[in-house]
Structures are given as structure tokens and as C-alpha cells.
Design a protein around this ligand. Structure first.
Ligand SMILES: [Zn+2]
Length: 438
């Protein structure tokens, strides 16, 4: 447990050299140890035997605040004991609760139709703070307390977005490129000749094949913010037989090979899109990921789950076993915000066996359909843009990462928009434009 406490303190302090300052922060209620530190955080009962892992460990609403930041555990009381600042706000347990998705292991019976924990049932949403990275706010508080205790090195960094990930899940890469598609279109009455034109024509004329446009947007942004600060990733499936995994495409097909070549030319990375099936049965992760490596001839280390349907916190174990080093799944499908309480990449911590994994979680900032779908946020264009920019501003404030998920079939200009709204292309461009000016 000490390793986790020490990691969380280091994560909260943040910046380039948090290591030097970690030893100045204590997490103890032992009066004889207080003088070893400059700032001491007094533990709430959260981690105690008989509390941890029980319903008694869950925070109570409404949340108390410390300096304007909501507190999950402890109280806002702060006092000086000689020259040591003693804080009763248990920001360590509060950060742990959010970073580990602890809530989800206590509420296993609450899942949506895809087995996901719904954002609208989460404590941060109910407390009205999901749009704030409150773990990052705890970090700012801790640095302030350290400065008050004469640790002048505990400075805040200049606001800056550290990294932008433009990501695209390859769910339905093409609209009408197979015999099955051709039959569908013909039967639908949209005209055989029209369908035949798409089927036999050039890939670039297929309405869903918007990848060149998406990658071009990324290229423009990289030219402004620098290649090291912005990357494009396409996540490909290679498995899954459920209805939710349709259409089942083949990586080795000619069109998919063209798409892979496009990624190569545009310097876009290839990630693994774990199927819906493997989300249900995580032991399938390893074979799907190995299949993708075999079929692309590339080492694959990035993952995102299809439908964001990584169900239980401990399922992440299977990603680690499969050699995945970075995951981009963790955001709620129904509400955009900071599911892990942070905008920064963080090691996955398993709340069941309390182990820190080498796997890094990159919190998902915004998925396109979250903003508009009526059972999700149900926004119109203006509201969606304002909300998206508000989240991005928070990322900027706390030196985090912007992770955008835009689907190719959401930005089509062709005859058949996949989504109920036609403004995702405009919205993506508008966000890119703002990111250029950050
Ligand atoms: Zn998907």
C-alpha cells in the first residue's frame, strides 16, 4: 500500500521532478511522526480494515469542499502543529477512489445494457463535478500547501496541453464495398446503379472513407503544435463475432490494406480496437491482439475497447497480459468528462488487489456521439462546442492530454450520415482550430 500512497503523492505533485518533494509529504495520524514532514495529510478511515471494500467506504453526498474543491473523504480542517501544516482533507483516498474506479467495484449491480458503468450513476456526476479534473485540483492544493510550508520548489506549471491524441475507431470503415453492402443498398431501394458505382468505384469516393480528411486535419494541427505534441491513432478490430461487432471486416482485404497504407503515409499509429465480445470475455483480448499484430506485421501497444465497453476495473489485467502499454478507453459513453478525475496519463491501479500496473491510462476527453445522442448528452451544435472547449480548457489548465475520439462515419459528407446529426465534421474542424490557438 505504501507504494500506492507514494505514487499518488508523486502524481498529485506532478511537474518535472516530483520525486524530490514526495518525502516532504506525510500520510499519517501518528503524532510522533508529524515532525518528519512539512505537510501531513491525516488519513480518513477509507483504507482501514473493516471499511475498505464495504459500503461504509463510499463517500456521502453532498460533498464537503476544501478551498473550493470537492472532497470525497476527510474534512476541510487545516492546522499548524509547530511548523508542519496538518491537513484533514484526505486527498490521497479521494484521488485513489477516482483513479482506481473504486466506485465500480462497490456497485457491480449497476451497469448499462452493454455492461458499462453509466456516467450518470457516478459520484462525480451526481456531485456535479464530472467536468472538473478534481484529482488535478488536489494536486494544485497540495503544491499550495507545500509552498505555505516553505517548500518553494512546489510550483505550478504554466498552463499547457501536454499532448493531443486524435483517435479514430475503425468500426465501419466503408459504406458500400462488399457484396453484402451492394445487396443491402439494392434491396433498400436506393438504386442498384448508385450502389454499383460505390462498389466498383475508387475507395476515396466511398462515403464512409473519410480517413484522408481526418488525417489531414491532424496534419494541419501537427504543423502548428509540433509532431511530438500531437499524434493520430486508428484503432482496428481483429475479432469479435457478436452483432455489436458488425460489420466484420478483414484486415487482409484490399481496401483495408489501402487504409493501412494511408496510416503509414500519414504517420498515424495503429492501435488495437478490442471487440465487444472480448469486452464481455476479457480472456479473448490476447488472441485478438495477436491476430492484429500478425495481420498488420506491426507491434501493437495501444488499445481502446469497442463501445468503450471495458466492463470491470480489473479487466485491465488482460490488456497488460496482452502486451498493451497504453489504453485510451476510460471515459463514460453517456457523459463526457473526467472519469478518472484527472486529465493526465496515469498508471492503472487495481482496486481489488491494490497493485500498480505498468499499463498507462490516457483519459478519454470527448467521444463524438456522447455529445449529441439523445440518451447521452443530447446537445445541439453550439452547446456541444461550448462544452468541448470547456473540457479542453481544463486540460490546458492542468497540463493534461486532450484525447478526442471521432468516428469516420460521423464526418461523412456523403448521402448517408451514420449519426442523427450532421455537424460532427464542422465540430471536429472547430475544435482543431481552437487547439491550434491554445
Ligand atoms: Zn468501436
Amino acid at each position: 500500500m505504501n507504494e500506492i500512497i507514494s505514487y499518488i503523492i508523486r502524481f498529485l505533485i506532478g511537474g518535472e521532478k516530483p520525486g524530490e518533494l514526495v518525502s516532504l509529504v506525510g500520510y499519517t495520524s501518528d503524532i510522533y511522526k508529524i515532525s518528519n514532514y512539512r505537510v501531513v495529510i491525516v488519513p480518513s478511515p477509507f483504507f482501514s480494515d473493516g471499511i475498505y471494500g464495504t459500503d461504509a467506504s463510499l463517500p456521502k453526498l453532498p460533498l464537503e469542499e476544501v478551498d473550493g474543491t470537492p472532497l470525497l473523504f476527510g474534512s476541510p480542517k487545516i492546522e499548524w502543529v509547530n511548523d508542519v501544516l496538518v491537513v484533514y482533507a484526505d486527498i490521497i483516498a479521494s484521488a485513489y477512489f477516482l483513479l482506481t474506479r473504486y466506485e465500480e467495484i462497490r456497485k457491480r449491480n449497476i451497469r448499462d445494457e452493454h455492461g458499462r458503468f453509466p456516467g450518470k450513476q457516478s459520484l462525480p456526476y451526481k456531485a456535479g463535478v464530472l467536468h472538473r479534473p478534481i484529482v488535478d485540483e488536489y494536486g494544485r492544493l497540495l503544491r499550495k500547501w507545500l509552498r505555505e510550508a516553505r517548500v518553494t520548489k512546489a510550483v505550478d506549471q504554466q498552463p499547457q496541453i501536454k499532448k493531443i491524441w486524435l483517435t479514430h475507431d475503425v468500426d465501419a470503415p466503408f459504406y458500400c464495398r462488399t457484396f453484402r453492402n451492394l445487396c443491402r443498398e439494392t434491396l433498400k431501394g436506393s438504386g442498384f446503379f448508385n450502389a454499383w458505382k460505390m462498389f466498383t468505384g475508387e475507395l476515396k469516393d466511398d462515403p464512409y472513407y473519410t480517413f484522408p480528411w481526418l488525417l489531414e486535419q491532424g496534419e494541419d494541427l501537427k504543423n502548428v503544435v509540433g509532431r511530438e505534441r500531437c499524434e493520430s491513432v486508428l484503432f482496428f478490430k481483429d475479432g469479435g463475432t457478436s452483432a455489436f461487432d458488425k460489420p466484420h471486416y478483414h484486415i487482409l482485404s484490399k481496401d483495408m490494406q489501402d487504409l493501412l497504407r494511408l496510416c503509414e503515409t500519414a504517420h498515424a499509429r495503429i492501435g488495437f480496437h478490442c471487440s465487444y465480445d472480448a469486452g464481455m470475455t476479457p480472456s479473448l483480448v490476447v488472441s485478438e491482439k495477436n491476430a492484429l499484430e500478425k495481420h498488420t506485421g506491426k507491434k501493437i501497444t495501444l488499445n481502446r475497447h469497442h463501445y468503450l465497453a471495458s466492463r470491470e476495473p480489473e479487466d485491465m489485467d488482460w490488456l497488460e497480459k496482452a502486451g498493451i502499454t497504453d489504453d485510451f478507453t476510460i471515459g463514460y459513453a453517456d457523459i463526457a468528462g473526467f472519469r478518472l478525475g484527472t486529465s493526465r496519463p496515469v498508471h492503472w491501479i487495481n482496486p481489488e488487489n491494490r497493485r500498480i500496473s505498468p499499463l498507462i491510462l490516457h483519459p478519454l476527453t470527448i467521444m463524438d456521439c456522447t455529445l449529441n445522442e439523445s440518451n447521452y448528452m443530447g446537445f445541439g451544435y453550439e452547446e456541444a462546442l461550448v462544452y468541448a472547449l470547456q473540457l479542453i480548457e481544463k486540460v490546458n489548465e492542468f497540463n493534461g492530454e486532450v484525447v478526442l475520439l471521432w468516428h469516420n462515419d460521423a464526418v461523412t459528407t456523403g448521402a448517408k450520415p451514420a449519426v442523427s446529426v450532421d455537424w460532427h465534421r464542422t465540430l471536429f474542424s472547430a475544435i482543431i482550430k481552437e487547439l491550434k490557438e491554445e
